[in-house]
Design a binder for this molecule. Structure first.
Ligand code: LMR
Length: 314
């Protein structure tokens, strides 16, 4: 076979790295995307998925994408400020979205589209918002009253908003990569953390977190990102095929996120290693009041427009 013919047959391979487990909304959507691409391209394009920080941990993956050593990532929105993309910090605000519908009004609407455009200057293209879910607090002691956080060491993602949120509650913070979280909890480097149930379950945190409060105080979502230079040099028909498969994977991610998290919470409760704590209305209102000052951190016009739209709805 001539070299030319061989080259024509070699598939275009895209490497998709992420930090979550394969059995999470993000992990499943990445796998679905890979299968859709294989099917739709008839083997011309292949997406190799590397879950669970196999290739890169948090932080490293953003740098790797900018350097082009990986082609697709889907970091949580909370990580984007670490490379100067501060416009996504608004998603970390506590008690902002009451449910997935109020969130989707933003991510599927003009504000979401404008937010994706902001990425262009960083050499990245934002392809889609992929849901995970609403976060619960967990720790080595029950967290119900605000004073229960006093002096606790809480693991955070690299987000100023989340850092301030924890400090307003009275806790101290440690920025730790997801891949290192379980060890950090087991070694008592930190006492607690916040996660959607699906990450809590798949990172096997139950044996090291005896209490989880169903606080649903914040949202954890992901942004599917590609390196724009890499994307631009792909043949036009491949870009269009990939875009269609991203749309399909995004619909799939949206369809599974809520149920995956509900089921994960049931499994966690069933392990009996983690006691589930419910907040009373008074306690929830105390958390909200204590955390209200964090909203003052948001000053950029697009994020303020987002806040106005969410508050008009509620
Ligand atoms: C985390 O670090 O807690 C999250 O970013 C993990 C994820 O789902 O990406």
């Amino acid at each position: 076979m001539s070299r030319q013919a061989r080259d024509r047959e070699a598939p275009i391979v895209l490497r998709f790295s992420h930090v979550a487990a394969a059995h999470t909304p993000k992990g499943k959507a990445a796998q679905y995307f890979s299968e859709e691409v294989a099917r739709a391209s008839g083997g011309e394009v292949r997406v190799d998925v590397f879950p669970n920080s196999m290739l890169y941990k948090d932080g490293e993956e953003l740098e790797a994408l900018q350097l082009g050593t990986v082609d697709i990532i889907a970091p949580s929105l909370s990580k984007l400020a670490s490379i100067g993309l501060n416009g996504f910090a608004v998603f970390d605000l506590p008690f902002l979205f009451s449910d997935y519908d109020s969130l989707h009004e933003i991510t599927d609407g003009p504000i979401g589209r404008k937010m994706l455009k902001q990425l262009d200057h960083a050499g990245l293209a934002g392809k889609a918002f992929w849901d995970n879910g609403f976060k619960n607090m967990s720790a080595t002691r029950p967290l119900a009253e605000v004073k229960d956080f006093d002096q606790l060491r809480m693991r955070i993602q690299p987000s100023k908003i989340i850092d301030l949120q924890m400090r307003l509650l009275g806790a101290r913070t440690e920025d730790i990569a997801l891949a290192d979280l379980r060890d950090a909890l087991a070694n008592r480097l930190v006492d607690g953390c916040e996660n959607p149930p699906s990450n809590f379950l798949t990172q096997n945190l139950a044996p090291v977190q005896p209490y989880m409060t169903v606080s649903r105080h914040g949202y954890l979502g992901n942004l599917m990102l590609v390196n724009s230079e890499f994307w631009a040099q792909l043949p036009r028909h491949v870009r269009s095929l990939l875009d269609d498969c991203i749309d399909a994977a995004t619909r799939y991610a949206t369809s599974i996120a809520r149920i995956e998290n509900e089921q994960a919470l049931e499994v966690i409760a069933g392990t009996r290693m983690t006691t589930i704590v419910e907040l009373s209305e008074r306690q929830r209102n105390d958390w909200k009041r204590t955390l209200a000052p964090v909203y003052q951190q948001i000053t950029d016009p697009l994020s303020l427009a987002l806040l106005e739209k969410v508050h008009r709805r509620s």
